[in-house]
Design a protein around this ligand. Structure first.
Ligand code: G3I
Length: 365
């Protein structure tokens, strides 16, 4: 589908995208691979099917893709015992056609839970264990051929006091229906079930807000390291840590503490990867689009470089374009002044932005 479609569509592409389509410049996937790295992005099956220009861009830029919503409990097991894999299969079919890998996201999370799940978990530990085991083993059996790396658990670390949404009082683990039902060993249970179900699958713990230079983020980094060290000391299977990378420009960033954190994870024998990179602009925006885009690219560039210095070789953005981004659609995250934030490599008209150029430069260095 790649260049042939892009050139074929060139007559109908928005101006900026035509430039991308007709350029003989390699896509980000080729640039990254040439340096021993990989670039990917989150996708939505309904957008891939409905928007040939976007899907051609995803095909050209991404070596790996991750389903934005298709791999979560509310979609996959909407009722207890009823599994719905078609949306996830659509993502896997796209990846196969484009010779892309797929990351799985997410086998256990406290959000995107179907209505039946939390009450069922609360009925007792043995039932909760059985529900977790059935879900993980069923999903891994279905996706074994197409997905070799799953976020087994997502966002399990408590928010330290003093942040936007502190969840103190639960030790290092966020208080969730999973913690309530299965106790602090639930992370280990999920990882052991996954390893048992698929011995060669890469098992990843995925976490957010562990990059910035603040006491709050440092406390969260320390919590994650304590949890990970505890798991490994108990010989719990674990292969990688996903750093989501939802960057917020209001947060100060200094490479040193973040790089030290990544190197500490690497020293434990774990891979580290950036799983959901995008950028939320500061509360006070630069006066021009050019100024805003340049600031976004610069902030993200510093994070990319520090991530590579810390041992990261796999980088995914949470979508390629500002169009349909959770940063724009989700009321709790979107700008209160209604300004459409510009935190992705392409704008809403699929024109490349300075962040796309910064990524190309980063993967070419
Ligand atoms: O479930 C419907 C589906 O039936 C329908 O066909 C499809 C297309 O319209 O939409 C689906 O609905 C929404 C879906 O996004 C696609 O828009 C869900 O209701 C909505 O809850 C879902 O939100 C996603 C959210 O996770 C919850 O799953 C966001 O797109 C996605 O950006 C967000 O991603 C999370 C990561 O998983 C974890 N890290 C934070 C990140 C942002 O919150």
């Amino acid at each position: 589908m790649q260049r042939r479609v892009l050139l074929g569509l060139a007559g109908t592409l928005p101006l900026g995208c035509t430039a991308v389509a007709q350029s003989s410049a390699p896509g980000l996937r080729e640039l990254a691979r040439a340096r021993g790295m990989s670039f990917g992005t989150a996708v939505r099956s309904e957008k891939l099917e409905a928007d040939p220009i976007l899907s051609a861009l995803v095909a050209r830029e991404a070596d790996l893709i991750v389903p934005e919503w298709e791999g979560k409990w509310d979609v996959i097991q909407p009722e207890r015992g009823r599994f719905e894999f078609e949306p996830l299969r659509a993502v896997m079919r796209f990846a196969q056609a484009q010779n892309q890998r797929v990351r799985g996201h997410a086998l256990l999370w406290h959000e995107a839970m179907p209505r039946w799940l939390a009450p069922a978990l609360a009925e007792g530990q043995s039932q909760a264990q059985q529900i977790l085991e059935t879900h993980i083993t069923t999903v891994l059996a279905e996706t074994r051929a197409g997905i070799r790396d799953w976020d087994v658990v997502n966002e399990v670390i408590a928010a330290p006091p003093g942040g936007d949404n502190p969840t103190p009082g639960s030790g290092d683990l966020r208080p969730t229906p999973w913690l309530a039902a299965l106790g602090p060993g639930y992370v280990e249970r999920a990882l052991r079930i996954a390893r048992q179900a698929d011995p060669t699958l890469r098992l990843t713990i995925n976490e957010f807000a562990v990059y910035s230079d603040t006491p709050w983020a440092q406390a969260k980094r320390d919590s994650l390291l304590r949890v990970v060290r505890g798991l490994l000391e108990r010989n719990c299977p674990l292969d990688a840590i996903g750093i989501q990378g939802h960057l917020q420009m209001r947060e100060p960033f200094r490479p040193e503490p973040y790089v030290a954190f990544l190197r500490a994870l690497r020293a434990l024998g774990l891979a580290v990867l950036i799983t959901e990179l995008d950028v939320r602009e500061p509360d006070v925006l630069a006066p021009t689009i050019e100024g805003r885009d340049a600031a976004v690219a610069e902030y993200a560039g510093a994070f990319l470089q520090a991530s590579r210095d810390g041992g990261v070789r796999s980088f995914l953005t949470w979508g390629l374009t500002d169009r349909d981004s959770w940063l724009v659609l989700e009321p709790g995250v979107a700008r209160r002044d209604g300004v459409v934030t510009r935190g992705h490599p392409y704008d809403a008209e699929l024109r490349p932005k300075p962040l796309r150029a910064r990524l190309a430069q980063f993967f070419s260095a």
